[in-house]
Design a protein around this ligand. Structure first.
Ligand SMILES: O=C(CO)COP(=O)(O)O
Length: 247
């Protein structure tokens, strides 16, 4: 079965109440076949989910705690995300791996928490520049995949995002051949673990300096099923052409 492409927006620590106008424009303009997921900061999750209800746009969070509730000041659980109307949650973003020392075991626990709450986990992996320079890209991505993606991953509960750390927010991207190499490798690695059928259904997103000008060529690469977009997902004028490129 052909995989429906996803245009996912990660707003990171950006967005205030006034940004609702951008969400509204995205909802109005997202008319193609792509699945659209917008992940605003937690402060906007419930209001965005209410606005996007009954539209084709889905709302996700950017992180969750592994536990369902408890004494974890400042954290939010996957159950809370679902309660607020979210359907997806990003886990293991490189900014969280770096800023909050999240390792693969933590990311795996967060993905399991997402599933427990009925959310789709968008699990991020990707090498740093020095790891790529050392020729270690596939080793790192393979290790992160095996460590971060829990047993039981299916097309329905999991999306993987390959985000080379050096491409995030830099305007630099790997070549199309380099993206293909990693995505083909990830598909094969998932097939080894979960079987061909599950692996064939899991969407593999590319993230890192996806823009209106490069989205179509990146989304046409073998085993690229859409994008996880940071900066260019904040404005409808940038994100709508990216959604169109995924449609
Ligand atoms: O980190 C990213 C999405 O999660 C990518 O960010 P940019 O699109 O701003 O490079």
């Amino acid at each position: 079965m052909p995989r429906v492409k996803i245009a996912a927006g990660n707003w990171k620590m950006n967005g205030l109440g006034a940004s609702t106008a951008e969400l509204d424009a995205m909802i109005a303009g997202a008319t193609g076949s792509a699945e659209v997921v917008i992940c605003p900061p937690a402060t906007l999750l419930a209001s965005f989910a209410a606005r996007a209800a009954e539209t084709g746009v889905k709302i996700g969070a950017q992180d969750c705690h592994p536990a369902a509730s408890g004494a974890h000041t400042g954290d939010i659980s996957a159950e809370m995300i679902g309660d607020a109307g979210g359907s997806h949650v990003i886990v293991g973003h490189s900014e969280r791996r770096a800023d909050h020392a999240e390792d693969d075991a933590t990311v795996r626990a967060k993905a399991e928490a997402a599933w427990r709450a009925g959310l789709v986990a968008i699990i991020c992996v990707g090498e740093t520049e020095s790891q790529r320079d050392a020729g270690d890209t596939l080793g790192i991505v393979g290790r992160q995949l095996r460590g971060s993606v829990p047993a039981g991953a299916t097309a329905a509960n999991t999306v993987i995002a390959y985000e080379p750390v050096w491409a995030i927010g830099t305007g630099r991207t790997p070549t199309l051949a380099e993206i293909a190499e990693v995505h083909d490798f990830m598909r094969a690695d998932l097939a080894n673990r979960f079987g061909t059928e599950a692996a064939d259904g899991i969407r593999l997103l590319y993230g890192g300096s996806v823009k209106p000008g490069n989205a179509a060529e990146i989304f046409a690469v073998s085993n690229v099923d859409g994008g996880l977009v940071g900066g260019a997902s904040l404005k409808a004028s940038d994100f709508l052409p990216i959604i169109a490129a995924a449609s």
